[in-house]
Design a binder for this molecule. Structure first.
Ligand code: AGP
Length: 367
């Protein structure tokens, strides 16, 4: 049967509202809520002894890989590389014997992924795909397939598939960390508990439509927008920038906050909104001080944070959006939602063709 928009104006709006259900459905595939343990995933390698992992994908799916890299390295102590598939396929990197690669994709049909998979297979790497379509070409090319349970995604701009992919990767990070002896059962239970609470928090963020619409009105006339963050939130800053480019046609860059003084700070004036993902946590002070530097140069700071971060940021930010306070491990999943909503509301205010942005295709099946 054809999929409808229901009472929503666009598929993207409908799919944004599916975040809580999709994250919950995906987590239920990988986590046992009773024991709070991640079920052992079917993989062609043993995570305990894996020497090195490649992560790849294109566009938003690549940014899921980038986020997972932070998790796999810091939590699981697993050496991880990550690159866009269009580069990886021509890089000819030295490959570690017994290594593996994981490719992330909503469609499972992306041409650059398939080409990079063939290269890595020829180099002796085992292949895993994280896809939303079980009978896709990438699934066929892989030794194992891990499914996201996002359901069909119609909007060209990916939303719910992205948080479903992050949810799978977060479960894997916990599982790998356990297998490698980097965390104990109590820490596994604590992290899975934090994950299982994400759907509820996501629903609360989706209820804060008016606040995100106000931010959209703030940046509507900007020609350029900077998204800043550190650590595992840096790829989410890039996701926010990518979405804004895709559907609202505003030039945006996602930057590591600490890199600002190495270049982009030259752009800062009152016309370039600086959107910061800055929840409380180990890197809060560092990011906040970068933002203060931007504010001191006339920058208009719009910060997404939690109640613990809000007090300090309100001193210099022109707008502070308070999100639920969560464990830093799950913060990337949660921060995805407001930046995707922001791109959506800017596009609606601009009157662009939200679900079918110009020049873009849902699945890029040619090089
Ligand atoms: C996301 O909003 C984009 N439309 C795009 O970057 C997309 O993520 C990319 O083309 C990868 O597609 P895939 O997940 O189907 O491989």
């Amino acid at each position: 049967a054809a999929i409808g928009k229901g009472n929503y104006r666009h598929f993207m709006e409908k799919e944004l509202h599916e975040h809580p259900a999709v994250i919950g459905d995906t987590l239920r595939q990988y986590v046992d809520p009773a024991s709070r343990a991640v079920a052992r995933p079917q993989l062609p390698f043993d995570p305990a002894t894996l020497p090195r992992l490649w992560l790849s994908g294109c566009g938003s799916a690549f940014l899921v890989g980038q986020t997972a890299r932070y998790w796999f390295e810091s939590l699981a102590r697993l050496p991880t590389d990550c690159d866009v598939a269009s580069e990886l396929r021509y890089r000819d990197p030295p490959l570690t014997e017994g290594g593996a690669a994981m490719f992330v994709s909503q469609s499972g049909e992306t041409a650059d992924n398939l080409a990079a998979m063939k290269l890595l297979r020829a180099g002796g790497q085992s292949l895993v795909s994280v896809v939303n379509v079980p009978e896709s070409s990438m699934a066929r090319e892989s030794d194992a397939t891990l499914m996201t349970v996002a359901g069909p995604e119609i909007s060209v701009a990916s939303t719910k598939a992205f948080t479903a992919q992050l949810s799978v990767m977060a479960c894997l990070a916990i599982n790998f960390a356990r297998a490698r002896g980097a965390i104990d059962a109590a820490e596994e239970a604590r992290l899975t508990h934090a994950l299982l609470e994400v759907p509820e928090h996501a629903a609360r963020i989706l209820d804060a439509t008016a606040e995100i619409e106000a931010v959209a009105a703030d940046i509507l006339d900007a020609r350029d927008v900077l998204f800043l963050a550190r650590g595992s939130l840096f790829p989410i800053a890039m996701e926010g920038a990518l979405k804004l480019k895709e559907i609202s046609y505003i030039h945006a860059e996602g930057y590591a906050a600490g890199e600002m003084k190495h270049g982009p700070i030259a752009l800062i004036d009152s016309k370039v909104p600086v959107i910061a993902l800055c929840p409380s946590g180990p890197l809060f002070e560092k990011t906040a001080s970068n933002l203060q530097e931007a504010a001191a140069r006339g920058g208009r700071i719009i910060a997404f944070t939690d109640e613990d971060g809000a007090v300090a940021l309100r001193r210099f930010a022109s707008r502070v959006v308070v999100l639920p306070k969560v464990d830093p491990f799950v913060a990337p999943i949660l921060h995805t939602i407001p930046v995707q909503m922001l791109a959506y509301y800017v596009a609606v205010l601009k009157g662009t063709d939200v679900d079918q942005p110009r020049n873009l295709a849902k699945a890029v099946t040619v090089e």
